[in-house]
Ligand binder design. Structure first.
Ligand code: FDA
Length: 309
C-alpha cells in the first residue's frame, strides 16, 4: 500500500514540485545519487574503481517532455564518456540509459527520437571501448524498449537489456534473449504494475526471479544479476557454479548507496561487481523508487523534510 502511494507520487508533478523544491537534507539524496555534475560522476567512478568495482552510469531524467531536453541528455552522456576516456576509466564504466529520458515518451515520433539518441550514445561508448544498457521502465514501454534494443544490437551487439522478474512475460523474454553475447540485467522491477501484467506478491516475484535466473545462467549469454536480496545473490552464486560458469562470465550489480559492504564482499570473493551510479539534477523519480523499496527510508526522509522545512 505504502509502496503504491510512493510510486504514484513519483510520477505526480505537484508532489514533485513540493518535494524537489523543499530544503531536503542533502544527505538523503547523496546516499543514492553521486551528485549533479559530470565532475561528480567522474569522481565517484574513480573512487569505486579504486575499490575494485566497476560502474554503470545513469544520467538522471525520465519522461522527458521536450525534444531539446532529450538531446541535452544524450549530449551529457557523450561528454561524460569523453571525460572518463581522458581519465582512463572508460573500460570500467558502462552506461545505463532510460529511453524515456532521451525522447521515447515524446508524442508522435518519440520512439524514433529515442532510438537516434541511444545510437549516438552507443556509438560514443563503442569508440571508448565500452557499452550501453537500456534500463527498463513501466510495462507500457516494454515492447517499444525491446524493439529499440533489437535495432541497436544490429549495430552494437553488446548493448545490454534489462528484464523485470515481476512481469509475467519475463521468463519468455529471458528465453528470447538468451543467446551468445546477449547481456541481460535481471532485476525484480521498480514500478507500480497492475496484477494483469505483474505478479502480486513478493514471494511470486522471487520465484519468477529464480526461474529467469536459471534460464539466463543455463544459456550462452552474459547474465547481470541486479539485486541486493541476500537469498537471490546466494542462489545466483550457486546457479553459476551448477552451470559451470567461470567468474567473469556473469556479474553482480547493485545500486550506489545500497549494501556497500556486500558490494565489496562480492568483489573480494573474485566476482565482477558493477555499481549503478545515478548523477544529475533530476533525482526526484529515482529517489522516490528507492524510498518505495524500503519503507524504513521513508520516515528518515520525512523527518529530514520536517527538520529542514
Ligand atoms: P528487495 O527490494 O527485496 O531488497 C532486498 C534487500 O536489499 C532489502 O531488504 C534491503 O536490505 C536492501 N535494499 C533494497 N533496496 C534498498 C533501498 N532502496 N535502500 C536500502 N536498502 C535496500 N528496476 C527497474 O524496474 N528497471 C531497471 O532498469 C532497473 N535497473 C536496476 C539496476 C540495478 C543495478 C539494480 C540493483 C536494480 C535495478 N532496478 C531496476 C531496481 C530493481 O527492480 C529493484 O527495485 C531493486 O533492486 C530492489 O530489489 P532487490 O532485488 O534489491 O530486492
Amino acid at each position: 500500500m505504502l509502496r503504491s502511494v510512493i510510486l504514484a507520487a513519483a510520477r505526480n508533478q505537484q508532489v514533485k514540485r513540493v518535494v524537489a523544491g523543499a530544503p531536503v537534507s542533502r544527505s538523503v539524496v547523496r546516499r543514492y545519487v553521486a551528485g549533479e555534475s559530470t565532475d561528480d560522476a567522474v569522481r565517484v567512478t574513480g573512487e569505486l574503481v579504486g575499490q575494485g568495482l566497476t560502474v554503470s552510469l545513469d544520467h538522471l531524467g525520465e519522461d522527458t517532455a521536450d525534444a531539446a531536453q532529450a538531446a541535452a541528455i544524450a549530449k551529457a552522456y557523450c561528454t561524460l564518456l569523453d571525460r572518463l576516456s581522458g581519465e582512463g576509466l572508460a573500460a570500467k564504466a558502462e552506461f545505463s540509459v532510460k529511453l524515456s529520458a532521451v525522447g521515447q515518451a515524446l508524442p508522435g515520433d518519440g520512439e524514433r527520437i529515442a532510438l537516434e539518441h541511444a545510437r549516438e550514445i552507443a556509438e560514443a561508448a563503442q569508440r571508448a571501448g565500452t557499452t550501453v544498457t537500456l534500463d527498463m521502465e513501466d510495462h507500457t514501454t516494454t515492447d517499444s524498449t525491446l524493439s529499440i534494443l533489437g535495432d541497436l544490437r544490429a549495430d552494437y551487439p553488446a548493448t545490454g537489456a534489462v528484464l523485470q522478474a515481476y512481469l509475467r512475460r519475463t521468463e519468455g523474454d529471458c528465453r528470447a534473449l538468451a543467446y551468445p553475447g546477449s547481456r541481460v540485467r535481471l532485476c525484480k522491477g521498480a514500478y507500480d504494475e497492475p496484477d494483469t501484467v505483474a505478479f502480486g506478491s513478493m514471494h511470486e516475484v522471487d520465484l519468477s526471479y529464480v526461474r529467469c535466473l536459471n534460464v539466463l545462467m543455463a544459456g550462452p549469454g552474459y547474465p547481470m544479476v541486479a539485486s541486493h536480496d541476500p537469498r537471490l545473490i546466494a542462489i545466483a552464486d550457486e546457479r553459476a557454479r551448477w552451470y559451470g560458469r567461470a567468474r567473469g562470465s556473469y556479474e553482480f550489480q547493485l545500486l550506489y548507496g545500497v549494501r556497500p559492504d556486500e558490494q565489496l564482499r562480492l568483489a573480494a570473493a573474485g566476482e565482477t561487481v558493477r555499481v549503478y551510479v545515478p548523477y544529475g539534477a533530476e533525482w526526484y523519480g529515482y529517489l522516490m523508487r528507492r524510498l518505495a523499496e524500503r519503507p524504513a527510508n521513508v520516515s528518515f526522509f520525512l523527518r529530514s523534510l520536517v527538520s529542514r522545512g
